[in-house]
Design a protein around this ligand. Structure first.
Ligand code: SAM
Length: 273
């Protein structure tokens, strides 16, 4: 392992006082960073996008775990400067770009096989995930740290409190599981809530874009009025009763009771119209 200053020293030297607006909660314990990196599986030959490396604890762990290449995108120029030393310690294997991850096309930036591994900034975690899910076939795996509540919304089963659009779209595209949970004290500064890492492995066959677009319409209509029966909430799609009948779904059911497969059946019927 190359000689590098401790993460606490990096924070001090580079004046990396955490900025709330950037969702900065740093992992300064290398053992925890290594546990997160292990959830990515065998990283040899893999190209990894890391969003928001901050002082670089997880970045170091990914490089130590054998990733062929890590491309880190970071909005905070202080953190970009802090990572120059890590770039030099792992010649040719780490690239750090200053920029907004929401504007980055991972598939264009990195060759396959590619993964995303990140302790995500809370404020943009969900929009980033939704963007990656649209192109899920481009990734071998996504290992993402969220607030616990967001993690629960991703892995939720039908008929449970957290089941909604995010669960349906995530599970339609990927096998999703919580890999580990971390208490606030694992971070510096500690956030108000627990965090959890979700491991998403994209299904081998991904839906075609036209079906995906219709699926978004169906889930938006169904969960837009989640307390209503589907025959009411799907009215905006036109001929709701016929749609439900063709999909073999009772019109008296509510969105939160439908499985992902049932949502897909509705989308296929609507697409075929
Ligand atoms: N990976 C580091 C760790 O685990 O210690 C830092 C994680 S911290 C939760 C989130 C990081 O994302 C911060 O370094 C923050 O500056 C960065 N960030 C916030 N918004 C971003 C964006 N839109 N694009 C890229 N990075 C962003």
């Amino acid at each position: 392992m190359p000689e590098l200053p401790s993460l606490r020293e990096v924070v001090e030297r580079h004046g990396l006082a955490a900025r709330k607006a950037l969702g900065q909660h740093f992992l300064l314990d290398p053992a925890i960073c290594a546990r997160v990196a292990r959830l990515a599986g065998d990283l040899s030959g893999r190209h990894v996008l890391e969003v928001g490396p901050g002082p670089g604890g997880l970045t170091r762990a990914l490089l130590e775990a054998g990733a062929a290449q890590v491309h880190a995108v970071e909005l905070d120029p202080r953190a970009v400067a802090a990572l120059r030393q890590v770039e030099a310690a792992y010649p040719g294997r780490l690239t750090v770009t200053e920029g907004d991850a929401l504007r980055v096309d991972a598939a264009a930036l990195l060759p396959a096989p590619r993964q995303v591994v990140a302790n995500l900034p809370y404020n943009v975690g969900t929009p980033l995930l939704i963007g990656w899910l649209r192109d899920a076939g481009a990734f071998e795996r996504l290992v993402l740290m969220f607030q616990q509540e967001v993690a629960e919304r991703i892995v939720a089963a039908p008929d449970t409190e957290h089941y909604g659009r995010l669960a349906v779209v995530s599970q339609w595209r990927c096998a999703c599981a919580v890999g580990m949970s971390l208490p606030p004290g694992a971070f510096s500064p500690p956030p108000k809530v627990w965090s959890a890492v979700v491991v998403l492995v994209p299904h081998a066959v991904q839906p075609e874009p036209a079906l995906a677009a219709v699926m978004e319409r169906v889930t938006a209509a169904a969960f837009g009025q989640r307390r209503k029966m589907l025959r009411g909430s799907l009215k905006s799609l036109g001929q709701a009763d016929a749609l439900l009948e063709a999909a073999g779904i009772e019109g008296t059911r509510r969105a939160e009771t439908l499985s992902v497969a049932e949502f897909e059946r509705l989308a296929r019927v609507l697409l075929a119209r």
